[in-house]
Design a protein around this ligand. Structure first.
Ligand code: FES
Length: 144
């Protein structure tokens, strides 16, 4: 059975099958989410804020928690869209600014050098991942 999801600040509603993930919702709305890790919960480029209905999503798993911990913009209502599956009604998702921009080459270049320098938000310049983080989700020990 389909669940209705509301996306802010673009004020759009869409539906997803029960147990579908939030990333599929964003993609179905033609939002250009980078998905650097291919939806494996390791990059945080699908980071969103859940402003309502957190309990209507599957709980945060260990990998998601680990990845969220290195994002400086992480809040109590942060989720990775690729890991959060919709199991109930009433979910409202807030998209961080810059999530759906089209020119991503500069961002990808930054990610390629993430071990050497800070990973910056593509629009605000906010530091998402600090340089020198040894416990990074892309670290070989945590890559499967
Ligand atoms: S696409 Fe990489 S964490 Fe979701």
């Amino acid at each position: 059975m389909a669940k209705i999801i509301r996306l802010e600040p673009i004020a759009q509603e869409t539906s997803v099958e029960t147990n579908g993930n939030l990333l599929s919702v964003l993609i179905n709305k033609d939002l250009d989410v980078l998905r650097e890790c291919g939806g494996r919960g390791m990059c945080a480029t699908c980071h969103v804020y859940v402003t309502k209905g957190m309990t209507a999503l599957t709980p945060i798993n260990r990998r998601e928690q680990h990845t969220l911990e290195v994002i400086t913009s992480c809040k109590a209502n942060s989720r990775l869209a690729c890991q959060a599956r919709v199991i109930g009604d009433g979910v409202v998702v807030e998209l961080p600014p810059g999530m759906y921009i089209n020119s991503l080459q500069d961002v990808e270049a930054l990610i390629g050098r993430r071990a050497e320098q800070n990973l910056l938000h593509p629009i605000t310049g906010q530091i998402l991942v600090e340089s020198g983080k040894t416990d990074h989700p892309f670290h070989p020990k945590t890559t499967q």
